[in-house]
Design a protein around this ligand. Structure first.
Ligand code: FES
Ligand SMILES: [Fe+2]
Length: 386
């Protein structure tokens, strides 16, 4: 399939700029960023209330819950969630909180399968997989209780491009994911993500502000130095182009095979082989298109200095042999362990731990870091709104 016009445009620019200096926004000037955004509790509270609780957030891949009864418990943004595939096959995002006296229905944070009903571990109220209240032991003790009003609370959600999206506010209406993504929606369709296969996931709590991680994945200025011992060799010259799409951003980084694309017709340009495409989906998702698999990163702050980092790897199809499975296992270990965890997250934690040292009141952002400037401007505009 040919590339979507906006990605094609980005590719043309990348090739045109290949022989010039690294892909910077030469019309921009350098700027500064107030370090308070990484530790101020009031800013954090407003980010949660005005951004994370209002926008559709990508919670992961739908086929992580492969069959009716598959479910996963996850605490995100202070909300205990239960993501379930119900008997009819529909994905539901429920609050993992019993409607009797508030116990958690499921504690496991890994995917489990319950074919029948959910039973509360405290007094054994039971619920259908769609959240409806089914059974109350000693029901005669609740003569006035309206069962229909005591189902598990549900959050508005949708599945699009194989991803689960939800708004973490039970009062909100169903998310318009296509409208929210704008032209990025067409990018995702053209990349055929819907049919991909969930392969593996790792969830880590890391001691840094969520935006330090978003920053690290929205600039390539650091690749040559921070990733010198791992992936820098794949990205000679750290050449890139980027483009804002509403609140979101596309970033295209040239790989070592970029020069070959110059001699190929445009319909053979490949955003996984000649370059690496990243979609930064506001506020907290990143989709990275590696040569033969794809990463989704979801960043969920727990407080100003801590983030839940959820990395899901998905592949174009289920492994067809043990060799293929072993290859993707090794790929995950390399990219998740040796690159993201040991390099990007480690440096983000170091930065966080030194914020109080007084060295910087403001960080410097250069022409290579304009995606960060735009990201922080969008965020500031949203959280400072009355
Ligand atoms: S809290 Fe769940 S049954 Fe009582
Ligand atoms: Fe990095």
């Amino acid at each position: 399939m040919g590339l979507n016009p906006p990605i094609l445009g980005l590719f043309r620019r990348l090739l045109a700029e290949r022989d010039q200096s690294e892909g910077a926004d030469w019309d921009a000037t350098d700027s500064e960023l107030d370090c308070a955004v990484y530790h101020d509790p009031d800013i954090h509270r407003r980010e949660v209330d005005r951004v994370f609780r209002r926008m559709p957030l990508c919670l992961g891949r739908a086929d992580q819950l492969p069959e009716p009864g598959s479910m996963i418990a996850r605490d995100l943004l202070g909300l205990p969630l239960l993501i379930v595939r119900d008997r009819g096959g529909e994905i539901r995002v429920l609050l993992n909180v019993c409607r009797h006296r508030g116990a958690r229905l499921l504690e496991a944070q890994e995917t489990v399968c319950r074919q029948s009903t959910l039973s509360c571990p405290y007094h054994a109220w039971t619920y259908e997989l769609d959240g409806a209240l089914r059974g109350i032991p000693g029901a005669e003790g609740f003569p006035c209780l309206q069962r229909a009003e005591r189902g598990l609370r549900q959050l508005p959600s949708a599945v699009r491009h194989g991803f689960i999206w939800a708004v973490l506010d039970p009062q909100a209406s169903a998310p318009d994911v296509a409208g929210f993504l704008g032209d990025i929606d067409r990018d995702l369709a053209s990349l055929g993500l819907e049919g991909h296969h969930f392969f593996r996931q790792r969830v880590q709590r890391r001691a840094c502000n969520w935006k330090l991680v978003m920053d690290a994945f929205q600039e390539v200025y650091h690749i040559r130095r921070l990733h010198a011992g791992s992936i820098a060799g794949y990205f000679p010259g750290s050449r890139f182009t980027a483009e804002g799409e509403g609140l979101h951003t596309r970033i295209l980084v040239g790989r070592e095979l970029l020069a070959q694309a110059q001699d190929l017709p445009e319909d053979q340009w490949d955003v996984r082989c000649h370059a690496t495409l990243t979609h930064a989906i506001f506020p907290n998702s990143l989709i990275i298109y590696h040569p033969d698999f794809t990463s989704h990163l979801g960043l969920f702050p727990t407080d100003p200095g801590e983030v839940l980092f959820v990395h899901s790897l998905f592949t174009p199809h289920a492994p067809r042999s043990e060799k293929e499975r072993a290859h993707w296992e090794r790929s995950f270990d390399l990219i998740d362990g040796s690159v993201f965890s040991a390099e990007d997250l480690r440096i983000s934690e170091q930065i966080q731990s030194a914020l109080g040292a007084g060295a910087n009141q403001r960080f410097a952002l250069g022409r290579f870091e304009q995606n960060l400037r735009r990201f922080h401007e969008h965020l500031a505009a949203l959280i400072n709104r009355d």
